[in-house]
Design a protein around this ligand. Structure first.
Ligand SMILES: NC(=O)c1ccc[n+]([C@@H]2O[C@H](COP(=O)([O-])OP(=O)(O)OC[C@H]3O[C@@H](n4cnc5c(N)ncnc54)[C@H](OP(=O)(O)O)[C@@H]3O)[C@@H](O)[C@H]2O)c1
Length: 301
């Protein structure tokens, strides 16, 4: 099968189309002919080598966490998924024509959704909702600031926090305020110190940005409040008496199917910036890294 491999740490020129052996479904696993995948920040963090201590790659490596497509085989013991089903999943090695992963990773693509668009959803929607539901865990009426709120993980976090009845503030760049207004929550410019000074006391922050931005915000959270982050524990947060929960996304096919339905119904919007054929992976990752304001989708077949 055709796949994109990373041949070594470095720039996008380390990405190549190659023929590699097709995977097969072991017991409890599902094999999918991939329709679409998408580019996520983790892809270029792994490729460039900035994560080489944390998650070293063995070359040639196949990247890609998102897949949508059609089931072509199921391993023994698989009960909930059948050959021919249209599915999406948070998986590994998705920059390829075929992907295999465990049954629990896959959820159903809604009938009204273009399977190509489904390829944009798994990693970002699961991460944003798990950040809220498993790390921040706000109660109804609590004030939650989501940083990077017009990013794909941030939008999903805003959606989940609103669903739980939290009072959500969308933290964005000044240049993104107009876009953020469409989320129908309060908006705060995180690159405007006077706007940060005017913030009410926060019960919690769901952080998708990290760095200096989260440091500037720590003092706005009440003692005993929660910092949930998808970028590891922010330094000096615990010392301030805050509860800190760093979250790593995990697959959940059933929840993913619900989130895909929320997208199909327009309750959660994950914009797509551009779609590229898989073979144009270098152009696709270059655009994704530039911050195009939406997902970059890879058309596999
Ligand atoms: N822990 C996990 O399991 C996990 C899983 C998935 C993702 N992540 C991480 O989550 C982060 C977000 O991913 P994503 O897919 O949502 O990326 P994204 O779509 O690019 O969203 C990031 C958003 O944050 C904004 N932003 C960046 N720096 C900012 C700052 N200083 N102030 C205000 N806004 C800022 C970006 O704006 P610009 O585009 O203008 O920069 C963008 O709107 C990434 O670092 C990713 O690696 C972690």
């Amino acid at each position: 099968m055709r796949a994109i491999v990373v041949t070594g740490y470095g720039d996008v020129d380390k990405l190549e189309v190659r023929n590699v052996p097709e995977p097969s479904a072991a017991p409890g696993e599902v094999k999918v002919r991939v329709t679409a995948s998408s580019v996520n920040p983790i892809d270029w963090k792994l490729r460039s080598g900035v994560y080489r201590q944390k998650s070293p790659l063995e070359f040639p490596a196949i990247l890609g966490r998102d897949a949508s497509g059609e089931v072509v085989a199921v391993g023994t013991g698989v009960r909930s998924i059948r050959v021919g089903d249209k599915v999406l999943g948070l998986v590994n090695r998705a920059y390829a024509e075929y992907v295999v992963d465990k049954e629990e990773a896959w959820g159903e693509v809604p009938a009204s959704m273009d399977p190509v668009d489904a390829g944009a959803l798994p990693l970002v929607t699961l991460t944003g909702t798990q950040l809220i539901e498993e790390a921040v865990r706000p109660r109804s009426g609590e004030v939650v600031l989501v940083t990077g709120a017009v990013g794909s993980v941030g939008r999903s976090a805003v959606f989940a926090a609103r669903t739980l009845g939290a009072r959500v503030l969308a933290g964005v760049r000044r240049s993104q305020q107009q876009e953020a207004a469409k989320l129908n929550v309060g908006v705060v410019a995180l690159d405007d110190d006077s706007a940060i000074a005017r913030l009410p006391q926060l019960d919690s922050i769901a952080d998708t940005v990290g760095g200096e931005t989260i440091q500037k915000l720590l003092g706005k959270v009440k003692t005993g409040g929660v910092i949930g982050s998808v970028l590891g524990e922010p330094p000096r947060a615990k010392e301030r008496g805050l509860v800190v929960r760093a979250h790593m996304v995990h697959p959940n096919g059933r929840r993913l199917a619900e989130l895909a339905r929320a997208v199909a119904q327009g309750e959660l919007v994950i914009p797509i910036a551009k779609k590229f054929p898989l073979a144009e992976i270098r152009e696709a990752q270059t655009l994704a890294e530039s911050g195009p304001g939406g997902k970059v989708v890879l058309l596999v077949r």
